[in-house]
Design a protein around this ligand. Structure first.
Ligand SMILES: [Fe+2]
Ligand SMILES: [Fe+2]
Length: 401
């Protein structure tokens, strides 16, 4: 995909700040077209006249209250990616809980940082706004639903007094889910020493985010149970997802991601191939696939039929379910991590390596790593020295899960 020029609108009535932004962003002018609005009413007029990709606003600008303004922007043009400069007068928690801002940007931070934050969200948005992808998704009559239980868990986790007890009680109200979670938690996969007999205990042993990922994964895979064909076995795919989740979580820890990113990596691992499930909803898809070597459906086979792939389709679906951008990004680029604008290790790094190594162990008796990983990307991040160790872990996980 060619680099798209992004139209960015800054909203600030701080003229010195405007000048600083304008000067320091000159280096980005080949990929950004920048405009400034000095009041919220000016900004709304500009947004009604022209398509912007992103709006970056001070929270207190001349005109209306910043939240009211962002609310109008989100309704007027939901496709515009919204950022706000952090402002000590408003707590991050308040801004986050309104859900009106994709991300906060430090007002005194580096311009490189600002550019990277905004550009990578815009690139993800471009990928998910691809007309062919939208055509495919809108042609699917019944998309898999997000479980009501998941929404209740998210609400509970967002509350101030979330506890293992409360989360466990919510899960207990769904007996089918409870038994599947307990079955999984007691399987060799988690390797827990004692028998876990209730969801409260499962939550306290595995953590909120793992349970959330399992609820989502179990629910979506259950909707496709029994639908396997010559290219996809739902049972094998579920196992693959769990193994990738487990290995990518370990890799995330070893490449120094923080604990929130480690947890998000685990969730991304369980859900990374969700887009493949949607192939079952596309009439005639499997008849049109021309398999690659050994009769396997490759990412190229998918692209040749759909002009999009399971990466984008999965990320799109997870976006509809309200999962955070960091997870969508990792899913959207898990076969193409170098497309993420970053020069450091990320969630997508762990997911790409885990997915590649697990797939290699599942398919390739010769254990030839090259076709499964973007080696220049892995080398650039200095991760090749860990590879033998991760291959051994992948082998064990694939064999024992
Ligand atoms: Fe994949
Ligand atoms: Fe995969």
């Amino acid at each position: 995909m060619d680099q798209k020029i992004h139209n960015i609108l800054f909203v600030t009535n701080d003229l010195a700040f405007e000048k600083r932004l304008n000067e320091s962003l000159q280096a980005c002018f080949d990929v950004w077209k920048i405009e400034f609005a000095r009041s919220t009413s000016d900004a709304l007029t500009m947004l009604s006249q022209k398509q912007f990709d992103s709006i970056i606003t001070d929270i207190n600008v001349a005109g209306m209250d910043g939240f009211q303004f962002l609310n109008i922007v989100s309704q007027m043009n939901p496709g515009v990616v919204r950022f706000a400069f952090s402002d000590s007068r408003v707590s991050h928690q308040t801004i986050r809980s309104t859900n009106l801002v994709h991300q906060m940007i430090p007002r005194n931070g580096s311009i490189d940082n600002l550019f990277t934050i905004v550009e990578r969200v815009c690139c993800l948005r471009d990928r998910l706004l691809d007309p062919q992808l939208r055509n495919i998704i809108t042609s699917i009559k019944t998309l898999p639903s997000v479980p009501l239980l998941y929404n209740r868990l998210v609400r509970e986790l967002d509350s101030d007094n979330a506890s293992s007890q409360a989360i466990g009680e919510i899960i207990s109200q769904d007996p089918a889910m409870t038994s599947k979670i307990l079955q999984l938690v007691n399987s060799a996969f988690f390797g827990l020493p004692d028998n876990v007999s209730n969801p409260q205990r499962a939550v306290s042993l595995l953590g909120f985010n793992t349970i959330k990922a399992l609820v989502l994964g179990i629910h979506i895979f259950a909707q496709y149970q029994g639908q396997s064909n010559r290219f996809i076995s739902i049972e094998r795919m579920w196992k693959h997802s769990l193994v990738v989740s487990n290995l990518s979580f370990k890799i995330a820890r070893e490449i120094g991601l923080n604990s929130q990113d480690q947890e998000d990596t685990r969730i991304a691992g369980v859900l990374h191939d969700t887009g493949k499930l949607l192939f079952f909803n596309i009439p005639g898809f499997f008849q049109k696939v021309i398999p690659g070597k050994n009769g396997i459906m490759t990412i190229e086979s998918e692209y040749n039929v759909l002009k999009t792939t399971h990466e984008e389709m999965g990320a799109y679906l997870l976006g509809m379910w309200g999962l955070p951008n960091v997870i969508l990004e990792a899913v959207a680029f898990h076969h193409h991590p170098a497309k993420v604008i970053s020069n450091k290790t990320e969630i997508v790094t762990a997911l790409h390596i885990a997915n590649g190594l697990v797939t290699m162990c599942e398919r390739d008796m010769e254990m030839n790593i090259e076709p499964y990983l973007d080696m220049p990307y892995v080398e650039k991040l200095g991760l090749t020295k860990k590879m033998d160790e991760w291959v051994s872990e992948a082998k064990v996980l694939v064999r024992t899960t």
